[in-house]
Design a protein around this ligand. Structure first.
Ligand code: S3P
Length: 438
């Protein structure tokens, strides 16, 4: 049996320093997708060389796109145009990456060839009907398992037609999937958001000279145009920066600067929530890079206090709740999260898995159907299981800063899906973390 990676975190530590965390995962995926179907050559800088974004990159190579790199975050994509992709020789394996599978399903629905999308055990248990149902309304031919999960068999068709689709859940993956299908559909495709979700696809489509219109909560694209290659400078991922926003807030005598972080307002819920809890966070050097807001962020130690997390911030911080639960465990008083049922269908059931791990550390964490109630208090130590979920593993590493005993975190190999180099960067700031094997 192959050995599994574990993290060992010793208690305490103060964080000091200036770092740049790796590139944004969502933007990295989209830069490969749009670069591949554009006309001309797209130069990407700051690309996230994590397994998820690399899965997308390999999928397009398998469909005949010439992609150079990645080399220190630089990638050159020789676009083949909207109709230039080739039938892949075998199933496209997308590892742990929900974004790859959901976005590609929309794109592949409109191709002139059939394809199959597969993934690892976690991805193969995640809900796919949220994309296959609206795609079927557009005329797509896609089959899932009986449970609505991968593998997805996609029989590409030239007969897609635009629809107007009110999304039942606030999902940027579903929105992006339908807009990509909309590139190939006759007429207009309109997606209606029940709440704002990350808008990277709209910004990037416009950057590739493809018009996308927003009217209130409705986003519309019209099929039949073309994308023109452009340069993409990918900012650092605020979802990776989030571990250090919490870490420097909860550790004593800490002062950290995170450089060149993407601060798109559809992603900054984590900053809003931490500020409501009393965090000392400063945003400066704000600028716009490749159509995305970017800034440097300074964070210093503070005494956090519990809050009721406003539900409108949930989609804007959807990936940051594992580490926000750690912040809540270190805060004075009670923190209550509601309206976040989506967390149950991420890379793991993030409500259950975080509650289980926090309880092992002695925290009063009570999972609810759509959130969690956490009573702040002292953290002990122990052995927690991340269930192969990258963000759970990194969140418990951060918890070590306030633990009274060592924490061992099992099943950490997937940290490489979103944050290669996490351990050495965390060590460089002062986190007492070592990698081991079990
Ligand atoms: C993503 C959207 C989010 C997020 C995921 C990446 C994207 O998912 O959780 O990590 O790149 O569009 P949902 O839109 O399904 O909530």
């Amino acid at each position: 049996m192959s050995k599994s990676v574990l993290f060992q975190v010793s208690p305490g530590g103060n964080l000091q320093g200036k770092i740049r965390v790796p590139g944004d995962k969502s933007i990295s995926h989209r830069s490969i997708i749009l670069g591949s179907i554009a006309e001309g050559v797209t130069y990407i800088k700051g690309f996230l060389e994590g397994e998820d974004a690399l899965a997308t990159l390999e999928a397009f190579r398998a469909m005949g796109v010439n992609i150079e790199g990645p080399d220190q975050g630089e990638v050159v994509v020789h676009g083949v145009g909207l109709d230039g992709l080739k039938k892949p020789e075998k199933a496209l394996y997308l590892g742990n990456s929900g974004t790859s599978m959901r976005l590609l399903s929309g794109l592949l629905a409109g191709q002139s060839f059939a394809s199959t999308l597969t993934g690892d055990a976690s991805l193969s248990s995640r809900p796919m009907r949220r994309v296959t149902n609206p795609l079927a309304e557009m005329g797509a031919q896609i089959t899932t398992t009986e449970n609505g999960t991968a593998p997805l068999q996609i029989n590409g068709t030239s007969g897609l037609k635009g629809i107007t689709y009110p999304m039942p859940v606030a999902s940027a993956q579903v929105k992006s999937c339908l807009l990509l299908a909309g590139l190939y559909a006759a007429g207009e495709t309109t997606v209606i958001e029940p709440a704002p979700t990350r808008d990277h696809i709209e910004r990037m489509l416009n950057g590739f000279n493809y018009p996308v219109q927003r009217h209130g909560n409705q986003i519309t694209i019209c099929g039949g145009g073309k994308l023109i290659a452009t340069d993409c400078d990918v900012p650092s991922d605020i979802s990776s920066a989030a571990f250090f926003l919490v870490a420097a807030s909860i550790a004593a005598d800490s002062n950290v600067v995170l450089q060149h972080v993407g601060v798109n307002p559809t992603r900054t819920g984590v900053i809003d929530i931490l500020k409501l809890m009393g965090a000392d966070i400063n945003i400066f050097n704000e600028r716009v890079v490749s159509g995305e807001p970017v800034a440097d962020i300074q964070v210093r130690s503070s005494q956090l206090h519990g809050i009721d997390i406003p539900e409108h911030l949930v989609p804007l911080a959807i990936d940051e709740f594992p580490v926000l639960f750690v912040a809540a465990a270190c805060a004075q008083g009670q923190t209550r999260l509601t309206g976040a049922k989506e967390l149950r269908v991420k890379e793991s059931d993030r409500i259950q898995v975080m509650a289980d791990g926090l309880q092992i550390l002695g925290v009063a964490a009570q999972p609810t159907d759509d959130g969690m109630i956490i009573q702040g208090g002292p953290l002990g130590g122990g052995e927690v299981i991340s269930h192969g979920d990258h963000r759970i593993a990194m969140s418990f590493a951060v918890a070590g800063l306030r633990a009274s005993e060592p924490i061992t975190i099992q099943d950490c190999e997937n940290v490489n899906t979103s944050f290669p180099g996490f351990v050495s960067l965390a060590q460089s700031l002062g986190l007492n973390i070592e990698v081991g094997q079990s």
